[in-house]
Structure formats: C-alpha cells, structure tokens
Unconditional design. Structure first.
Ligand code: ZN
Ligand code: ZN
Length: 253
C-alpha cells in the first residue's frame, strides 16, 4: 500500500496548504503511519486500517431506510422520516461518525491526505443495501463543494470516494453544482439547516436534460442532520430526476 505524506500533498496543492489548521495538522501527525502499518492499532504488516480494526470498529447497523439513522432491527423508518417524509427515496451509511473513523475522515478531508479514499470507499461497500443502490443508480453524483471551499481544500472528498464506487459510465461530477456555501450551519437544527440551504444547489443547465426520468445516487463523506443531502435531492427532483438516493461514509448518531 502506498503512503503519501501530508507535506507532499500540500506541496502540490499550495492553496490547500494555507487552509490546513493546527488541529488538522495535529490529527494528521497522529495518523502518520509507517507503510504497511494500521493507522488505528499500529499492527504491522497491515493495510491502512487492518482487518481486526475494521471488524472491531466498523459495526454493521440496521438503519432507517430514508435517513440512515441507526434503528432497532425490526423498524424500517424513524419517526422523523414518517412525520416528515424526506426528499430522499433511500439513504444508507457505512459507519457511525465516531472514533476511529472521525479521525480518519479528518485526515482524509482537512489534512490533504486523499490516499485514504480507497480505504474509506471500501468501507462504504459495507453499508446496508449498498450493492443494490449502486446497481440501481443511473447517475452517481458526488455532493459538490462551493468554489471557495474547493479552492481552499484542493479536492472534493465526495468525488474521490465516488470515483471508487460508481459503476462505469455513471459518475457525473459537474451535473450538480453548489451555488453558495451557507455559514454557521453547525449550530442549526435539521429544519433550520434545510431553510438555510435552500437554493444552495443547482443543476448545470446544459446537462439538466440528462436527469429526466433517471435514478440518481448522491455520494458524500459525512451526514449530520441530512439537510445538505435533502437540499441536493430537492434540486435534482426539481430538475426531473425520477428518484434520488444517498450513500454516505459516516453518519452522526
Ligand atoms: Zn488495526
Ligand atoms: Zn429516518
């Protein structure tokens, strides 16, 4: 397995380097590992995360069909989705957003280490119904970043994951666009977030015809309230998509 140092990536992405915060650097240092060493338990030789750590930390959970909230096995949908049916036809997540995945995602996203994408994408295949969502998708769309955020980070983490996951000919990275990035999103609840995100996404007008009657699958790294995916799904449905589902790496509890 190849290891790329954070410094090496930053050198190639000078704009991204400026945005690496002290906290992210600290985590990146923590997550520095020797080639063939597990980033979690330091076992050697191992892939980036060893099989024992995957078995220990990547629990397979039963999840709500439409928001991926962890649920007891006999319940199909959570109360919130029953009360307020979401714009997503289906939604699944591979992991809980908790240790060690929260650290791995930070290293992947903020410390400029896209070398994580293959490892994390493989974990996404463990999500409930992942195989059928992937098979069913006619268009696979990574949740886009705003232009400013993309310039700051240097890459879109959702696109890096989607490249590993989309079946041939289904990936479209420019069809869905982020028009603006809302501010102070983290302090808002689910419904306030959605209101804050209205108009945040748009479909590229020259490609909109490709959506008509199609089954779309959104890919993202982390889902919190689901408001971002919800806003993206509304934009895609408004442009004619037949169904919109979402497949995320990790979901907060
Ligand atoms: Zn390990
Ligand atoms: Zn739900």
């Amino acid at each position: 397995m190849q290891i790329t140092s954070t410094r090496g990536i930053s050198a190639r992405l000078p704009v991204a380097a400026a945005s690496v915060t002290a906290a992210a650097s600290a985590i990146a240092n923590l997550w520095h590992r020797l080639p063939s060493q597990c980033a979690v338990c330091r076992a050697w030789p191992a892939s980036r995360i060893c099989e024992r750590c995957v078995a220990r930390f990547a629990f397979r959970r039963h999840r709500c069909l439409t928001c991926a909230m962890a649920l007891p096995p006999d319940i199909a949908q959570c109360g919130e989705c029953l009360l307020h049916p979401p714009a997503l036809d289906a939604c699944t997540a591979a992991l809980d957003y908790a240790y060690p995945w929260s650290d791995a995602i930070t290293a992947f996203k903020f410390a400029g280490d896209p070398g994580w994408s293959g490892t994390l994408a493989r974990l996404m295949l463990r999500a409930p119904r992942a195989a059928s969502l992937r098979q069913h998708a006619e268009l696979v769309l990574p949740v886009p970043l705003s232009r400013e955020r993309l310039a700051e980070r240097g890459f879109n983490q959702a696109l890096l994951l989607a490249r590993h996951l989309a079946l041939p000919g289904t990936l479209h990275s420019r069809l869905l666009q982020r028009v603006r990035h809302p501010s102070a999103q983290s302090r808002l609840g689910r419904r306030e977030r959605l209101r804050n995100l209205q108009g945040a996404f748009a479909v590229e007008p020259r490609m909109a015809h490709r959506l008509a009657g199609r089954d779309v699958l959104l890919i993202d790294d982390v889902m919190t309230t689901g408001a971002t995916l919800q806003a993206a799904a509304l934009a895609l449905r408004g442009a004619g998509a037949r169904s919109v589902s979402a497949w995320v790496l990790a979901r907060t509890a």
